[in-house]
Write a protein that binds this ligand. Sequence first.
Ligand SMILES: Nc1ncnc2c1ncn2[C@@H]1O[C@H](COP(=O)(O)OP(=O)(O)OP(=O)(O)O)[C@@H](O)[C@H]1O
Length: 348
Amino acid sequence: MSITVTSVSKSFGSHPALNNVSLGIDDGMFFVVLGPSGCGKSTLLRAIAGLEPIDAGEILLDDVPVAHGTLHVSPEDRRVGVVFQSYALWPHMSVARNVAFPLETAGKRRPEVNERVAECLETVSLSQFAERRPAALSGGQRQRVALARCLAQGAETVLMDEPLANLDPHLRSTMEEELAAFHKASGATTLFITHDQREAMALADQVAVMWEGEILQVAKPDVLYQRPNSRRVAGFIGQSSLVPVTVDKVQGGSARVSFADVFADVDCPMTVKTGPATLVLRPEHLVLAPGGSGFQATVLRTVYRGGSWDVFVKVKGLQEPLRMTLDRRADPGEPLHVSVLRGWVLPN
Ligand SMILES: Nc1ncnc2c1ncn2[C@@H]1O[C@H](COP(=O)(O)OP(=O)(O)OP(=O)(O)O)[C@@H](O)[C@H]1O
């Protein structure tokens, strides 16, 4: 099922939770909405599910309007499954019954239901808890029951609101793999909401970065990382140093830039012109230069990351330190020779 959101706005009192939001999700896509707490992610998901009426704009499912003007198609008639952060389980039913319930109400036969429930509980590693009540489960386990229920329904479109939020890191990455495998096997269009950029990068075909009710950029994860369209996206996705530079020369998608006494050839959007600009340097864009080449930098502080060190270096003429990753220890005060391998000039 494809999802098209066009110029959707929604306010709570005078607070705009969604401000002119537009996005297109193709049939079968794994689409992640990424943004900090309170930016409007859940409101967007609820609007698509039909749980929140919108003030303006239009929402189409498979090119059919479900919200527009006075039209508001009810959630039951939108054929989308929703997994919430708060698990919404029936407390008086066992785990297995919670998962089976939507299949039973859809009129599936008992052997088929049992088989499907067993499969889905296996997927979320909860087979041994099938007869427990939700109250006797941990938060993470309840979340997995909610996921299993959604998987069991085989919904054509699944909307997930931070479904992995309460899981410990190990289980979280297992569940990420399960979700990716489920998505591949089912082909269900998936809208996944998270504030965790690592999760977004791992799962998404496309990521929309959201900030204060607006969509800042929609792109594939690698494009978002390598070619952010603004300081905000560059700062929100991955680690970066934002360096004020002068663009001296532009040719196609590359630019020669200078800052302090440093010259570097980097990537840039076609729209960039010569003059002042901001350069995004990821830690891996900076490397130790061989044999005293490159420019001089002094180590300010280091943080051990298990196998590598985050190193913050001071460069004469730059106000902010640059961040790089080294595979050896470097001590504060140590002089380094550094060169710029790559970089990305932000659009003006
Ligand atoms: N029913 C409501 N009444 C009033 N304000 C609301 C309501 N629902 C959401 N808001 C406000 O709208 C804004 C967006 O909320 P929303 O839940 O969509 O954010 P979010 O990005 O999903 O946050 P989180 O990651 O913390 O769940 C917030 O400022 C929130 O306080």
